[in-house]
Design a protein around this ligand. Structure first.
Ligand SMILES: NC(=O)c1ccc[n+]([C@@H]2O[C@H](COP(=O)([O-])OP(=O)(O)OC[C@H]3O[C@@H](n4cnc5c(N)ncnc54)[C@H](OP(=O)(O)O)[C@@H]3O)[C@@H](O)[C@H]2O)c1
Length: 228
């Protein structure tokens, strides 16, 4: 189709995976800043393919596109659902996940990324296994923890080995959905481990699809010879 497109990153990862398209990094300055960006760069279509837990940028995108008259589509990975053998307890957010950890010290794989780790400082008696994409600038203020620097996708056998090696007895995960991050869920099921599964925040009303093919179809049907 010969379209021009740009990836936008929040800048949370120091070394993002290289992409075959131009990228820009950093916030726009709220919905108002995003409106300016859309206009300044003559953007004709916006694809919201962000993480389902990045709720603010998704709200901003809906508001900015409505104001600027730019059509928006969201690529949202379907959430995981528990199946036979899964031992899930669902919680609405990270704060509730931390609150629901008991007083008996546990060995927890806290697979929630870096931004909300500090919430668990209120539960310092547990041992936490943390996995980040980049080395942390500051060590988390958790008295008992191990950090692994690694980037998915991960294989189920490797996740199982990790859970066993660190003698994990509870997995705390966000319901990110998709294939790349689900190996830890499958590994926990295989080992009979319980999971505290954090539900997604509500997404705004928007045109949402579950596959890249549907996004490409949407572009193909809505792009004129003007391009993106
Ligand atoms: N953002 C991500 O790519 C991402 C990826 C994986 C997981 N998460 C998870 O989502 C939760 C919230 O993370 P968050 O603070 O990054 O998201 P957020 O709460 O949705 O966004 C906060 C602000 O970051 C900027 N921002 C976010 N995504 C952007 C993008 N793609 N391009 C440009 N600016 C962007 C925007 O700043 P302005 O208002 O200044 O435009 C936005 O208002 C965390 O738990 C995090 O671990 C986020």
């Amino acid at each position: 189709m010969g379209l021009r497109a740009t990836f936008s990153y929040a800048g949370r990862v120091v070394n993002p995976i290289a992409q075959p398209l131009p990228t820009r990094t950093g916030g726009f300055g709220g919905a108002a800043g995003l409106i300016d960006y859309l206009k300044d760069h003559s953007v004709t279509h916006l694809i919201d393919a962000t993480n389902p837990f990045a709720a603010q940028i998704s709200r901003n995108a809906v508001a900015a596109c409505a104001a600027a008259g730019v059509p928006l589509i969201a690529l949202a990975r379907p959430p995981w659902t528990p199946g036979p053998g899964d031992r899930w307890t669902r919680v609405p957010d990270v704060a509730e996940a931390a609150r629901s950890l008991g007083s008996t010290p546990r060995r927890i794989f806290l697979a929630i990324g870096r931004t909300e780790i500090s919430v668990f400082e209120a539960k310092p008696h547990h041992h936490y296994l943390l996995r980040f994409v980049d080395a942390a600038k500051e060590r988390p203020a958790l008295p008992h923890h191990d950090i692994i620097i690694d980037r998915g996708p991960f294989a189920e056998t490797a996740e199982r080995d990790l859970l066993e090696k660190h003698r994990i007895d509870l997995l705390v995960s966000r319901n990110s959905g998709g294939e790349g991050a689900r190996a830890k869920i499958d590994a926990a099921r295989g080992l009979g481990l319980p999971i505290l599964m954090i539900d997604r925040p509500d997404a705004p009303q928007r045109h949402e699809v579950g596959t890249i093919e549907e996004v490409l179809d949407w572009i193909a049907h809505s792009v004129t010879d003007r391009g993106v």
